[in-house]
Write a protein that binds this ligand. Sequence first.
Ligand SMILES: Cc1cc2nc3c(=O)[nH]c(=O)nc-3n(C[C@H](O)[C@H](O)[C@H](O)COP(=O)(O)O)c2cc1C
Length: 178
Amino acid sequence: MRGIRTLPTGVERTFGADEIIVTKTDPRGVLTYANDVFLRLSACTEEEALGQPHNLIRHPDMPRAVFKLLWDTLGRREEIFAYVLNLALDGAHYWVFAHVTPSFDRAGKLVGYHSNRRRPDPESVLAVKQVYDRILHTERGRPTKGAAVDSGWKQLQEELDGQTYDEFVWTITNRIGR
Ligand SMILES: Cc1cc2nc3c(=O)[nH]c(=O)nc-3n(C[C@H](O)[C@H](O)[C@H](O)COP(=O)(O)O)c2cc1C
């Protein structure tokens, strides 16, 4: 699989303020839908994307603790807004402001997840990156994946300093342009 060994090239890719990157997954996070904007930004074809786990575009500079928060939140049947750095299959990277929601059938059974992503402001990315980099730093010093998640999670709480991640995200997002 091409994506697994992709090394970041350091090339940043961006997209239009009027564009939305959309994907849908099954309950395990396997891609079932990807729009053209996703395919363009991620430098992959629909055939390469569908049927793959969403970590296809995971960037090594994304803290594990943020994905724990994402899955914990979705596991409570709640939606989440999050800043995410993604790695395209050609090694370029792009930042998104994602809104990920669980989808339910009429009986209330989880049928999958849906993510809509907009282009973040560069100032928001700078603020988030500082926090993520400190979390990454603690995670990278740990010998196992489990220990990395634990230390990253503690660092995330320290960074939030009593705020929820949701409050933090909206503080950063709303202060732009004022
Ligand atoms: C609807 C949905 C969208 C997701 N979008 C992304 C994404 O854009 N980038 C990403 O790295 N992970 C995304 N994830 C999380 C991945 O499933 C995965 O947890 C993450 O890439 C970390 O991978 P790892 O556990 O293998 O380290 C998404 C998950 C869901 C359910």
